[in-house]
Design a protein around this ligand. Structure first.
Ligand SMILES: [Zn+2]
Length: 244
């Protein structure tokens, strides 16, 4: 069994004391790392974008310091708030638009960069969609988790105005593909679990502020992360853990 943890949307800033929506995002991120270090023993960590609020190099340095403490492989994708150039400058690695990550003989993660220049909403290009379909077709004997920043389905609140623009094409590419076991995303700062046939569709709370999905009510849900257990048989179990 492989143990994977997804964290998302830390929204770190250049100045460590800057609050975003009344949150000190750095201390909230650090508490999340502490909580995972204390209570979990994941094999891998997956981070699904909006690493930074302001796209600054300093915010990525703070992130780097945080994830180093895991002492585990961490896979990061970027979100609409991120700055690819500054992320590269700090991490020194190119960020690929579609990537296959091998976790074991039986499990793969496919990451997709759904960001589009200067836009809050997301988009998957023709080329990316082609690569995704090819990876799904060429890995029929594996189990796949797909990760992107933007939500590919409707969440039922205002965040849907800035979701994945061509979600219909994405859904058509994965529907009825029995090797696709789950799709996970960030961006919505909100926990949800639904199904597309046998595929689990999962959104995960941010490590900082939450969107509750109801404009009438304040967003009082706590930060959190998602635990995902991947079994050799292709079975997947998951749950969200909240942090005080
Ligand atoms: Zn976010």
């Amino acid at each position: 069994m492989i143990s994977l943890i997804q964290i998302t949307d830390p929204h770190l800033t250049e100045n460590k004391k800057t609050e975003v929506r009344s949150w000190n995002t750095l201390s909230s991120f650090q508490r999340t790392v502490d909580c995972i270090k204390t209570n979990e023993n994941p094999d891998f960590i997956l981070v699904s974008g909006d690493i930074s609020e302001d796209g600054t190099k300093k915010s990525y340095v703070a992130y780097q310091k945080g994830i180093e403490r895991f002492e585990k492989p961490v896979f990061t994708i970027l979100g609409n708030h991120d700055n690819h150039k500054n992320f590269h400058a700090v991490f020194g690695t190119k960020f690929s638009s579609v990537e296959k990550i091998t976790l074991s003989e039986s499990w793969l993660i496919i990451t997709i960069d759904s960001t589009s220049m200067n836009k809050e909403s997301g988009h998957i290009t023709k080329q990316q969609m082609h690569s995704l379909r090819k990876l799904i077709a060429n890995n029929k004997d594996k189990s796949l988790v797909i990760c992107l920043h933007h939500q590919p389905i409707k969440m039922g609140f205002w965040i849907d105005q800035v979701g994945l623009e061509n979600s219909d094409q994405f859904i058509a590419s994965i529907a009825n593909q029995s090797n696709v076991k789950a799709v996970v995303w960030g961006h919505v700062h909100h926990e949800s679990e639904s199904a597309l046939g046998s595929i689990k569709m999962l959104s995960t709370p941010s490590t900082c502020y939450q969107f509750c999905g109801n404009a009438e009510k304040p967003d009082t849900n706590k930060p959190g992360y998602r635990k995902i257990k991947l079994f050799k048989s292709g079975k997947l179990e998951t749950k969200v853990v909240r942090i005080d």
